[in-house]
Design a protein around this ligand. Sequence first.
Ligand SMILES: [Zn+2]
Length: 393
Amino acid sequence: MLVIASQTFINKPLEYSAGPAARLGIVAGEPWRANRGGQILAGLKKTIVRTGLETLYFSGLHHWMRPLVGGVGAILTLHHVRPPRDDAFQPNRLLEISPLFLERLLRRLSRSGLDVISLDEMHRRFISGDFKRRFVCITFDDGYKDMTRWAYPLLKKYEMPFALYIPTSFPDRLGELWWVALEAVIAQNSRIGMLINGKQQFFECDSVAEKRELYDAVYGYLRSMKTEDELRKLVRDLCATYRVDIASFCRELCMSWEEIVALAADPLVTIGAHTVNHMILKKVPSDAAVRAEMEMGRSVLEAALGKRPEHLAYPVGDATSAGPREFRIAAELGFKTATTTRPGVLFRAHRDHLTALPRISVNGEFQQQRYIKVLMSGAATAMWNRFKRVNAA
Ligand SMILES: [Zn+2]
């Protein structure tokens, strides 16, 4: 099962001792791997995880466990929605699902008897203790253009409310989508040089397998850095050396202010804050800077939309990206709710942790309705969280 499976993986010795991971000092099983890019379970051996989800599904165990672990509702996390590409090297594929998969998911939700509600309504239910009906909230992070093109028409068709969390540097065209830039650098080159601890090191990445391995290793190396500044500097240096225009991804992939303003006019849409610069807040040393990121992001959205955002999502959002300090600051700033990407469903007890809410990631590597069913039943995440309902530490 899931917990046992992940444990097995974590305790496994490094199998590629001379590979890029070892040379970058990256150890398999580091916490971020469990939740890469805010994605549940990715980075663990996919087959093992899949087996865990399959076991829960086909044994019917998830159904049996639901009264125990099902909670009062769930918040879904989505990023890109677009037709699949067939490139062999797509390390960020977990961040996208196909329009067809989304349509099936929405159809299932509309027939499920669950209430699909806005974040405001979720907040109201928590505050008033109204848990008569189980609910689902749908959230999209980062504000990608493909969301407007492929997901929005479907959400309209099924009349489902949803939230968009916008980092304001993205429509300002100052955002650095460093995980996409890293993908481009590795995709376009067969050998990469990097300054590691003051020493130039070279990594071969000619084959797809090498590219995948190198991406994971460098991603891990970046995530292990102490500060966001160091992380960004390394990616900027790589982009400069290998002539990748990091600003271009923001222009190509992210919604403009006009597009956001148009969407925000729809009563189905809630615009939530997602800071200014999409930094991993735990890597930001000062409390004041964390506060400024959250507060400024909200103010810029308020100025653009004429409405003050009352909900927040922490960038990246796993346990290594947002913790008690961030939860406290979001509460002090008066956000009604703030969401992480820690995996989990919602329980009544989350009423006391409304700025540390877990979500269920709709992961591109697991585009099977039955996986979503198991995840939303709460069974898989209960095992993941070792049956602890609230994880806000
Ligand atoms: Zn984000």
